[in-house]
Design a protein around this ligand. Structure first.
Ligand code: GLG
Length: 842
C-alpha cells in the first residue's frame, strides 16, 4: 500500500502567490457552487449540518442551524471568490490596499443573500425543512470591529469596491472583542464585552499556515554587508505571529468577491518552545497571552486618540503583516520593487496605519536591499492619507520615547524622513524657523513626539478630507503650512454610504416602491434616484411613500417593544439622533429642546392642541473613560423616564433610548425616521455619514452648516432642510471674542427655564447633584457652544412642527430628499478616490 509510505509531513513554509494559489500543478479547477434551487439549497444546508457539523436536523439547536445556514450561503459565494482571485492573478494591475484599524461590518448574512440574490430560495428552503428563517437570521452577532463612522465608512468602501469590480483588498485587525455591548443600569451605561466569536465564526477563513512574523523592541546597529557597505539593521527583542483571517466581500450581484484580510496575533512557536523546553509551562502560556493581547480588543475610542503602548503595537502589527503580505505573497514573484507604485496604492484610513510609511522604507531598504533615495522615491508614491477629524486634540502623536523603545529602526527612519523634509521647507521658506517647527514631524512640546498626521502628509501622494467643508478647513486651518508648500497635495472626497445595505436591505418596502417606479438598477447607479423627482407631486406615489414610512415605524415600534420593552405611541413624528456620544455632536442641545418642550406643555405655556406629538429616539455609546459623555447618557435616560411617568405629557411626547446602538439597530431605526438630527457645532463634524443614510431613507434633516450637511442641503434644496445655528466663521469669531455661555442663559428666558428645570433635580428624583456635572459644564464651559445655538435651534424646531402639520408638503420634501441624495452613494466616493487619488488620468 503505497499511500502508507507517504506519511512524512512536508513542511511548506514558502507559500507564494495570493491566498488561493492552488499548490497542485493544475492551475485552474472548474469551480461550481451548489444548485440554485430550493431543493439544492436545502440539500447543501443538510450537508453542512450533517457532514460538516455532525449534527442531525432533529437534534440541532438554533445555533447549529444558523451556522449551517451561514456556511451554506457562503458556499454559493465560494466559486465567485476563487474566480475573482484567479482573474486578478492572471491579469495583475494596480490594486487598492485599504489600510484601516476598523471595519464596522454589520451582519453578514443579509448582505450575502442580497449579493447572491438567494434570499427567496433560502427562505423557502428553510421553510421546507420546518425552520424559521428569520429566527435563524436573528442569531447572527454582528462583527463590531469599529467604533462609528470611520469604521462603517471602511465597510461601505469595500462593499463599493467589490460592486464596482475594483481590484482591491482590505487590511485590518481581527479583534477578538469588538466594540463593547452597551447596557443600562439605573440609567447609567455599563459595558459588557462583545464575545462575537463565541458561538462560532462561519464567515471567516483562518490561514494559520500563512502566518507572518512581526518584530518589536530591541536596538539597531551598523554592520558591514557583503559589498563592504555600512548598513543599519534592526535587532528586535521579541516577536509575534500574525495569522490572516479572510472574509469574503461580495459585490452586488456581479459575480465579484473581493477579500478582507484581518490579522490575529499569536505567540511565535520558537518563543513558545524555548520557554516550554526550559520546563516553565506556566511561563510559556503567559507569553502566549501577552502576544495574543495585541488583537484582543478594539479600543472603544471614537474621534479621540488613545495614546497607549498596546494601541501602537496593534497599529504596527497589522500594518507590518499587510505590507509583507502584499510584497511577498500578492505581488508577482521577482517584481521590480522600484516600480511598486504600478501595483499598489495604500489608502491610510486616518493616522492609525501611518506607521506603514517607515515600515515600507524599512522593508525596501533592510529586506530588499534598496538605497534610501530609491526607497523614498517609490514609498512616496504608494500611500495616500485620509484625515477624518478637525479636532486638533484627536490627531495622533506618539512619544519618541515609546517609539524608540517599541520600533527603534522606524524611529531612525522617521528622523531621516523629517530631516530631508525640513531641508525642503527651509529651501522653500528661507529663514522661517517658526514654520519649520510647526511643520516638523517631531513635536518638541509638551514632550518629544511623532506627529502622525504630519508624517502622512509628508509621504502621501494626496491628503483628503471627507466632505467639502472639512477638506477646506483641513487645508486652510489644520495643515495650512503644508498646503502652502504643496497646494496640489490636498483634495476632497466626500463620504458616501452603500445603498445595498442602507436602502435595499434596510428598507425593502421603499426599495420595491423605487424599483416599481423607475425600474431596477438604481442600487448600483444611485444618481438614478433623480427619476423619482416628478413623483414628488404624484398622489398615488406619495400615498405609497407615506405607507412605507408608516410600515417602517410600525416595525420599529414592535422591535423596540420586544428588544427593549419600550412602548412607543402609534402616531407621532419620529425624531432621531443616533451617533456616538460626543460633546461636539451636542446631544445636550437635543436634550435642552426636549426639556423645553416638556416645560412648555406642563406649564401651560402652549396649548395642547398646538403641540405636534413627537417621539425622540437616541442611540449612542460613550467611550468607557469619557466621563462627561456618560453623564449625558445618564441625564437623557433620566429625562426619558420622568417624561414616561408624567401623565401630563405622555400623549404628546416620548423619549426612547434603546441600549447598544449598532449597525443592526441602525438598519431598523433609520428607515422609520421622519426627522434626522445632525446638530454638531459648525466646523467640528468632519462629514457624518448617518446624515446621508437618513436623507436616502426619506427623513428630513434639521442640521447645522457642518460636514456633509452642507452638501446635503445644497442638493436637496433649502426648502427641504431645516438649517440653524452659527456658521463656521461665526463660531471662530465668537471663540476669538471670548465665549461666555452664562450670558446666553441670562438673556434667553426659554433657555433659562430649560436649564433651571434640568438643574432643579426634577428629572433626577429630586437630587440636584445628579444633573450638576452636565448643567455646570453647559453654564460655565460649553466648549461646543450649545447655548449659543439654542434659540436658533428652537426656531428651526418650530419650523419643523409647522412643516410636519402639512402632510403633503412634508411627504413631498421627503421624496425629494430621496430623489436628490444619490450623490451620497459610496460608489461615487470610490469613483472620486479613483479619479483624484488612486488612478488619476493626468
Ligand atoms: C469620523 C468623523 C465623521 C466622519 C467619519 C467618516 O468624526 O464625521 O463621517 O469619520 O469619515 N471618527 C469618525 O467617525
Amino acid at each position: 500500500a503505497g499511500w502508507l509510505a507517504d506519511e512524512t509531513p512536508r513542511l511548506d513554509s514558502s507559500v507564494k502567490g495570493s491566498a488561493f494559489e492552488p499548490t497542485s500543478p493544475r492551475a485552474t479547477e472548474p469551480v461550481v457552487g451548489p444548485e440554485r434551487t430550493v431543493d439544492g439549497f436545502a440539500k447543501a444546508f443538510l450537508d453542512e449540518l450533517n457532514f460538516e457539523a455532525g449534527v442531525a436536523l432533529k437534534r440541532s439547536t438554533t445555533t447549529d442551524q444558523y451556522l449551517a445556514l451561514a456556511r451554506t450561503i457562503r458556499g454559493y459565494l465560494m466559486a465567485d471568490w476563487l474566480r475573482t482571485a484567479e482573474r486578478r492573478r492572471q491579469n495583475p494591475t494596480k490594486m487598492v490596499g485599504y489600510l484601516s484599524a476598523e471595519y464596522l461590518l454589520g451582519r453578514q448574512m443579509g448582505n450575502s443573500l442580497l449579493a447572491t440574490d438567494l434570499g427567496d430560495i433560502a427562505e423557502q428552503a428553510m421553510t421546507s425543512l420546518g425552520l424559521d428563517f428569520n429566527l435563524l437570521r436573528a442569531q447572527e452577532i454582528e462583527p463590531g470591529l469599529g467604533n462609528g463612522g470611520l469604521g462603517r465608512l471602511a465597510a461601505c468602501f469595500i462593499d463599493s469596491l467589490a460592486s464596482m469590480d475594483v481590484p482591491s483588498i482590505g487590511y485590518g485587525i481581527r479583534y477578538e472583542y469588538g466594540i463593547f455591548r452597551q447596557t443600562f443600569e439605573e440609567g447609567r451605561q455599563v459595558e459588557v464585552p462583545d464575545a462575537w466569536l463565541s458561538l462560532g465564526a462561519p464567515w471567516e477563513f483562518p490561514h494559520p499556515d500563512r502566518a507572518v512574523q512581526v518584530n518589536f523592541g530591541g536596538t539597531t546597529e551598523q554592520y558591514i554587508d557583503g559589498d563592504g557597505r555600512t548598513r543599519p539593521r534592526w535587532l528586535p527583542a521579541w516577536n509575534v505571529q500574525g495569522i490572516p483571517y479572510h472574509y469574503m466581500v461580495p459585490g452586488y450581484q456581479n459575480g465579484v468577491v473581493n477579500t478582507l484580510r484581518l490579522w490575529s496575533a499569536r505567540a511565535t512557536q520558537e518563543f513558545d518552545l524555548e520557554i516550554f523546553n526550559s520546563g516553565d509551562y506556566a511561563e510559556a502560556v503567559r507569553a502566549q497571552t501577552f502576544a495574543e493581547n495585541i488583537s484582543k480588543v478594539l479600543y472603544p475610542e471614537d474621534s479621540t486618540p488613545q495614546g497607549r503602548e498596546l494601541r501602537l503595537q496593534q497599529q504596527y502589527f497589522f500594518v507590518a503583516c499587510s505590507l509583507k503580505d502584499f510584497i511577498d505573497r500578492t505581488l508577482e514573484e521577482d517584481f521590480d520593487l522600484t516600480r511598486l507604485d504600478e501595483r499598489i496604492i495604500f489608502q491610510l484610513n486616518d493616522t492609525h496605519p501611518v506607521i506603514a510609511i517607515p515600515e515600507m522604507m524599512r522593508l525596501l531598504m533592510d529586506e530588499h536591499d534598496m538605497e534610501w533615495a530609491a526607497a523614498w522615491e517609490v514609498t512616496s508614491k504608494c500611500f495616500a492619507y485620509t484625515c477624518h477629524t478637525l479636532l486638533p486634540e484627536a490627531l495622533e502623536v506618539w512619544p519618541v520615547e515609546l517609539m524608540t523603545r517599541l520600533l527603534p529602526r522606524h524611529m531612525e527612519i522617521i528622523y531621516r524622513i523629517n530631516e530631508e523634509f525640513l531641508d525642503t521647507v527651509r529651501e522653500a521658506f528661507p529663514g522661517d524657523e517658526l514654520r519649520v517647527r510647526r511643520m516638523s514631524v517631531i513635536q518638541e512640546h509638551p514632550e518629544r513626539a511623532v506627529r502622525m498626521a504630519n508624517l502622512a502628509t509628508v509621504a502621501g501622494v494626496k491628503v483628503n478630507g471627507v466632505a467639502a467643508l472639512h477638506s477646506e478647513l483641513l487645508r486652510d486651518k489644520l495643515l495650512p503650512d503644508f498646503a502652502a508648500l504643496w497646494p496640489n497635495k490636498f483634495t476632497n472626497v466626500t463620504n458616501g454610504v452603500t445603498p445595498r445595505r442602507f436602502i435595499r436591505l434596510a428598507n425593502q418596502q421603499l426599495s420595491t416602491l423605487i424599483t416599481d417606479t423607475i425600474g431596477p438598477g438604481w442600487e448600483t447607479d444611485l444618481e438614478r434616484l433623480r427619476e423619482l423627482e416628478p413623483y414628488a407631486d404624484d398622489a398615488a406615489f406619495t400615498e405609497s411613500f407615506r405607507q412605507v414610512k408608516q410600515a417602517n415605524k410600525d416595525r420599529l415600534r414592535s422591535i423596540l417593544s420586544q428588544r427593549d420593552g419600550i412602548e412607543l405611541p402609534e402616531h407621532a413624528m419620529l425624531d432621531v439622533m443616533v451617533k456616538r456620544l460626543h460633546e461636539y455632536k451636542r446631544q445636550t442641545l437635543k436634550l435642552l429642546h426636549i426639556v423645553s418642550m416638556y416645560d412648555d406643555i406642563t406649564s401651560g405655556r402652549v396649548r395642547r392642541e398646538d403641540v405636534v406629538p413627537r417621539t425622540f429616539v437616541f442611540g449612542a455609546k460613550a467611550a468607557p473613560g469619557y466621563f462627561m459623555a456618560k453623564e449625558i447618557i445618564f441625564l437623557i435616560n433620566s429625562v426619558a423616564k420622568t417624561i414616561a411617568q408624567d401623565p401630563r405629557v405622555t400623549d404628546l411626547m416620548a423619549v426612547a433610548f434603546p441600549a447598544n446602538y449598532n449597525v443592526t439597530l441602525a438598519n431598523k431605526l433609520i428607515p422609520a425616521a421622519d426627522l434626522s438630527e445632525q446638530i454638531s457645532l459648525a466646523g467640528k463634524e468632519a462629514s457624518g455619514t448617518g446624515n446621508m443614510k437618513f436623507a436616502l431613507n426619506g427623513a428630513l434633516t434639521i442640521g447645522t452648516d457642518d460636514g456633509a450637511n452642507v452638501e446635503i442641503r445644497e442638493l436637496v434644496g433649502d426648502e427641504n432642510f431645516f438649517l440653524f445655528g452659527m456658521l463656521e466663521p461665526e463660531v471662530a469669531a465668537l471663540a476669538d471674542r471670548g465665549y461666555t455661555p452664562s450670558s446666553f442663559y441670562e438673556s434667553n428666558p426659554a433657555l433659562k427655564r430649560a436649564i433651571d428645570l434640568l438643574a432643579s433635580g426634577h428629572f433626577t428624583g429630586g437630587d440636584r447633584s445628579l444633573a450638576a456635572p452636565v448643567v455646570d459644564d453647559l453654564l460655565y464651559k460649553d466648549r461646543f457652544m450649545a447655548l449659543a445655538d439654542f434659540q436658533s435651534y428652537l426656531d428651526a424646531q418650530a419650523r419643523v412642527d409647522a412643516a410636519y402639520r402639512d402632510v403633503d408638503g412634508w411627504t413631498r420634501s421627503a421624496v425629494l430628499n430621496v430623489a436628490r441624495s444619490g450623490f451620497f452613494s459610496s460608489d461615487r466616493s470610490m469613483r472620486d478616490y479613483l479619479d483624484r487619488i488612486w488612478m488619476p488620468k493626468s
